[in-house]
Design a protein around this ligand. Structure first.
Ligand SMILES: Cc1cc2nc3c(=O)[nH]c(=O)nc-3n(C[C@H](O)[C@H](O)[C@H](O)COP(=O)(O)OP(=O)(O)OC[C@H]3O[C@@H](n4cnc5c(N)ncnc54)[C@H](O)[C@@H]3O)c2cc1C
Length: 505
């Protein structure tokens, strides 16, 4: 392989950073282009005075031995970010008289909890466990999904064994179908719990979440997997990937924004028009581009004449519309929080639906000792927020901020005047911070018609353009996007005959 061959990676969130670090580690000349002045994207952080707030992701999966982040960091010969296991990973309030549901790390304790909370539902949970075990075996063998050519097919067949086939037959079904098959569909409390939890991971409620996807995300909090709280902040994950990338000779261009991506009909090379950090337009050329921007960005980056096939454009235009997020970033004295307050709480609000709350731990680097950062996020429709004029926007924003605070005050018994800091991010803020179109977050919903084999492929119909990120298999979350980055890198290396990335299990 010629060292002169270069790959350009677009976007320095966890997906782009992982792809860039993996390729640089293979000795490839890689340029990473990020529009922000720092890396991390939706898993980055920002500062307000003494506080450090996570923009989006607060819980990390895949850090356990054999988990995707652990395997990638081991491969990169780079130390893992330090973290504490979350136990419970989350406390879910179902808004009834009964005690909230604790997602314990210890599987035995979790089994006792769910038997107490949802009597008679064990058939459902054991079916999920069986599906998950099967999924996990396949995921660790690095399948390529969806399949677009013979090489992809070979990778998928290496990952699938004959015993996986019966479970693969569940592909057309939803989590609610699983409830039905196991005789648990009458349990409305269980249904409410599943709707809340699945919305966090698949953007969809139980009846629209693919059974094969839902069964796995419902097991993420328990040993031997588990969810982690990073020391310092989530930024550590991105910063370590960035250090590995730079150590291996990668070139990071911060405050550089891709504005046009062009593939000439007869050209082997891609042309990238970029606005650099001095606001000048510059051009770069390369044979391969890995794009970690949401695929909804492509029509704007590649208007007619830039080589985007019409059929592919139509495919992009018909992708389901991901959600937007409303996120409150607040700070408080710990004395005003409930005693033994868990770090992660999920509530159901009449007005806002699911509210997911992350509270910093004392001494974890996010707030001075004795204080805590509180981040509370809800889903919203991005289109609505983008369509508001300035004065409507200001009024709506103030209203939602008060709504979320009111919900926190009443659910956690917090005195109204205790907040030391409060601000709200909307889809408009996410569009500014991450440049995601309309501020959409998360990936495409994981419905039976759009997950895994039926999703958008990392291999595009345009030679040399590869996709990764939260709209690509296996989906959103830092662990998911790392897996998608690995898949795109493997496809690129195989297509160019540049070798292989072998991640040890
Ligand atoms: C509120 C919220 C809570 C979440 N909670 C969790 C959680 O607890 N755990 C978890 O694992 N996941 C969580 N997620 C999801 C997780 O954050 C994302 O799935 C993941 O970080 C997405 O990474 P990415 O690299 O695919 O995309 P992004 O993080 O969006 O990265 C894309 C990057 O591309 C850059 N970019 C965009 N346009 C351009 C351009 N034109 N030129 C150059 N650069 C550009 C952006 O600045 C950005 O850095 C949460 C997300 C949100 C919004």
């Amino acid at each position: 392989m010629s060292k002169k061959e270069s790959v350009i990676v677009l976007g320095g969130g966890v997906a782009g950073l992982t792809a860039a670090a993996l390729l640089a580690h293979e000795g490839i000349k890689v340029i990473l282009i990020e529009s922000h002045f720092q890396v991390g994207g939706c898993a980055g952080t920002f500062k307000r005075g003494e506080y450090i707030f996570e923009v989006g992701a607060t819980q990390l999966a895949g850090l356990e031995p054999g988990g995707i982040h652990e395997r990638i960091f081991r491969h990169l010969k780079c130390s893992l970010p330090e973290g504490r296991i979350l136990d419970p990973a989350c406390v879910v309030h179902l808004g009834d008289e009964k005690p909230p549901v604790n997602l314990w790390y210890d599987p035995k304790k979790w089994k006792e909890e769910r038997q107490r909370q949802f009597p008679g539902s064990e058939r459902f949970w054991s079916t999920c466990e069986a599906i998950h075990k099967n999924n996990w075996l396949i995921a660790n063998r690095n399948p390529v999904l969806p399949v677009r050519n013979f090489w992809d097919f070979q990778q998928l067949s290496k990952a699938l064994y004959i015993e996986n086939i019966p479970i693969a037959c569940l592909a057309p079904f939803s989590v609610v179908d699983l409830l039905r098959f196991t005789g648990c569909h009458q349990d409305l409390r269980l249904r409410k719990f599943l709707d809340l939890q699945l919305k966090l991971y698949s953007q969809e409620p139980a009846h629209r979440t693919a059974a094969l996807y839902g069964a796995t995300v419902l097991q993420m909090s328990q040993s031997p997997l588990g969810l982690w709280h990073l020391e310092g902040s989530m930024q550590k994950l991105s910063d370590l990937l960035m250090s590995s990338f730079i150590r291996d000779g990668g070139q990071l261009l911060l405050s550089h924004r891709i504005v046009r991506l062009v593939k000439g009909r007869d050209s082997r090379l891609w042309r990238l028009d970029i606005i650099d950090n001095k606001n000048r337009q510059v051009q770069m050329h390369t044979s391969d581009v890995i794009c970690s921007l949401p695929p909804q960005s492509l029509p704007e980056l590649m208007p007619p004449g830039c080589g985007l096939p019409i059929r592919y454009l139509k495919r992009l235009e018909t992708l389901s519309q991901p959600s937007g997020a409303l996120v409150l970033y607040a700070a408080i004295n710990r004395l005003n929080l409930p005693r033994n307050c868990p770090t992660h709480i999920q509530l159901h609000s009449q007005e806002l639906g699911s509210i997911f709350i992350s509270i910093s731990q004392d001494g974890d680097g996010r707030a001075p000792i004795g204080q805590a950062t509180v981040i509370a996020s809800a889903f919203t429709t991005a289109d609505y927020w983008i369509s508001l004029n300035k004065s409507q926007y200001v009024t709506q924003k103030e209203e939602v901020l008060l709504q979320i605070l009111k919900q926190l005050n009443s659910s956690l018994d917090i005195p109204e005047d205790s907040w030391l800091h409060k601000e709200l991010a909307t889809p408009q803020s996410f569009a500014r911070w991450t440049r995601r179109p309309k501020g959409i977050v998360g990936g495409l919903g994981q419905t039976p018609l759009s997950f895994g084999p039926f999703g958008l492929a990392s291999r595009t119909p345009m030679t040399g353009l590869w996709l990764c990120g939260d709209s690509i298999y296996p989906g959103e979350g830092t662990a998911g996007v790392s897996q998608s980055a690995l898949m795109a890198c493997r496809q690129l290396l195989a297509a160019r005959d540049w070798g292989e990335i072998n991640l040890a299990i």
